[in-house]
Design a protein around this ligand. Structure first.
Ligand SMILES: [Zn+2]
Length: 178
């Protein structure tokens, strides 16, 4: 599995002025997306969660103009929030950051999904994960990289995120560690 940690893609990559940025048509983009999901067997590259619904595609080098297949991996909604920490922390208010944990970030996602699917509360899950010293979000990659992100059960403000996460919790026991 790929190592997971809280981060974000540089926003200048998304403004469309980059020389090498190749914008795909919707049709091309749908076909590419489908081929990546198929190649990865719908399995998240970071936590091993497999699902036919709600999986997204991550650009490993953070450049959405680089559509080479080796730059694209299937990612579940929880890992997506960790990889887009500003969205998770600031916009949705659903992600919390901690200085300490007894587990890796990859394991935190796997265990959170599993425990929540078993009906555990956020407090119980935080304790199981050994999450300690809650710290504020800062738009700083070096700072974020040393922290652990916890996707809380807060519903967030955007219905799609809520729906995507709920799907994962309903199927949480399918998570594998391979
Ligand atoms: Zn994942």
């Amino acid at each position: 599995m790929k190592k997971l940690y809280p981060t974000f893609a540089d926003s200048h990559n998304y403004r469309g002025t980059t020389q090498n940025l190749h914008r795909l048509t919707n049709l091309e983009s749908d076909a590419l997306r489908a081929s990546i999901l198929e190649r990865d067997k719908y399995t998240c590259a970071y936590c091993g969660f497999a699902a036919k619904e709600w999986q997204t595609i991550t650009y490993l080098n953070g450049n959405p103009g680089d559509n080479t297949k080796s730059n694209l991996v299937t990612t579940c909604p929880m890992c997506s929030l960790v990889l887009n920490t500003p969205l998770g922390c600031q916009i949705e208010g659903i992600v919390e950051l901690y200085e300490k944990s007894d587990y890796t970030q990859n394991e935190i996602v796997q265990m959170t999904r599993k425990l929540r699917s078993e009906g555990k509360t956020d407090d119980q899950i935080r304790r199981t994960l050994g999450l300690q010293i809650k710290v504020p979000y800062k738009m700083n990659k070096e700072y974020l990289k040393g922290l652990y992100a916890f996707v809380s059960s807060w519903k967030g403000s955007w219905g799609q995120v809520e729906e995507a996460l709920a799907y994962g919790y309903a199927h949480g026991n399918k998570s594998s560690k391979n």
